[in-house]
Design a protein around this ligand. Structure first.
Ligand SMILES: [Zn+2]
Length: 363
């Protein structure tokens, strides 16, 4: 196909805001008195207002952004009433891109003695895809595909492994499971040590799967020391993100993948999320990013990662460009973050315990 006839494909940078949508074990493997947390981890209800997913959905709707939600399905081994189903349906109905995320640790709940089993050291470790056999990984992915089928949602075409784990066996397993695209890599989050997976940007075929890594950039370089960072809402302020997006566009990087989670938009003082405050800084960052994208649709598109991943591959698609941040931008962010985190934790300590939230009511 002659792509020069489609300047739109050539020129716009696809920006995929990817949201890992998952419940949490919340320390239940270590502490008898503690149990996993479901919807509250995603909605983050704070005085009857959803400061997590609810905030995000409002923000995306206001600016016409399609986001990609990597929805975790293995939690159904614990949450037998399947609260993730309602969440996935809401995301799909809102027009977002709903894709597959898996954390193998949830499979331990198939066993009555899950606490004892979870404490036994196994290889690979209980939540790891890294080091897992190809056959086992295929089974887990097939269970994820089956869940989407049961939920009545379109079959996922993009898969993201829990904790951004990856190795050759995982890609081979994914090809066998028939899921064509992946976004397993964030070099600054999980580095397998294999240079073949040191992917900073672009799209790259590995074992028959097209990988779309979370953007990793050079945060700063001082006196020969280099600091790499993967692009998240929590980790970079709006000025830094905008600079990277503009650089990506100038350099013809066809897509930028950003990682976030619903719980990044609240502060909590404990794993049980009993006390919570809105995370003003992160909420403002997402708001400003979405506003920027909606004002610059001539340069940036937000069609979701499944669309961006499926664009025809060109020679340039597999360039592995390392974009560069600057210390001038990084320092104000570090200061802002440190001051705000201290303040928010102080406020949490000194406020009354929040009323107990009935998350069942949301299902
Ligand atoms: Zn995850």
């Amino acid at each position: 196909m002659d792509l020069s006839k489609f300047p739109d494909i050539n020129m716009r940078t696809q920006v995929s805001i990817t949201v890992d949508t998952e419940f949490t074990i919340a320390g239940a493997f270590r502490d008898q008195a503690v149990f996993p947390i479901g919807e509250q981890r995603v909605w983050c209800l704070n005085n009857d207002k959803s400061d997590g997913l609810g905030f995000m959905l409002d923000c995306f709707a206001r600016y016409g952004v399609t986001a990609t939600f990597f929805v975790e399905t293995l939690n159904r081994h614990y949450f037998r009433h399947d609260p993730m189903r309602g969440i996935a349906e809401k995301l799909h109905t809102a027009g977002h891109d709903v894709q597959l995320h898996l954390h193998p640790c949830w499979t331990v709940f198939q066993h009555e003695d899950w606490r004892a089993r979870a404490r036994v050291r196994t290889k690979p470790s209980i939540d790891a895809f890294y080091g897992r056999t190809e056959d086992e990984s295929v089974k887990l992915m097939e269970s994820g595909l089956e869940t989407f089928h049961v939920w009545g949602l379109p079959a996922p075409t993009v898969f993201r492994a829990g904790s951004l784990h990856h190795d050759d066996a995982l890609y081979r397993a994914q090809a066998r499971a028939g899921i064509p695209y992946s976004s397993h890599i964030g070099v600054a989050v999980f580095d397998s040590g294999d240079d073949n997976y040191r992917l900073y940007s672009g799209r790259h075929e590995r074992h028959g799967v097209v990988e779309c890594p979370i953007l990793t950039f050079r945060d700063w370089k001082v006196a020969g020391k280099t600091h790499l960072k993967s692009l998240t809402i929590t980790g970079s302020n709006f000025a830094e993100t905008r600079m990277l997006l503009e650089q990506a566009h100038r350099e013809g990087v066809e897509q930028v993948v950003i990682l976030t989670h619903p719980f990044e938009y609240v502060h909590t003082s404990d794993l049980q999320m009993s006390r919570m405050r809105r995370h003003h800084i992160n909420q403002r960052r997402l708001e400003r990013l979405c506003a920027f994208l909606s004002e610059n649709t001539d340069r940036f598109a937000t069609d979701g990662l499944s669309v961006a991943a499926a664009m025809p591959m060109r020679a340039e698609s597999s360039r592995n460009v390392l974009l560069k941040g600057s210390l001038r931008n990084a320092v104000p962010r570090m200061v802002e973050q440190a001051v705000y985190d201290k303040y928010a934790m102080w406020r949490l300590k000194h406020q009354q315990a929040a009323p107990v939230v009935d998350t069942e009511a949301l299902a």
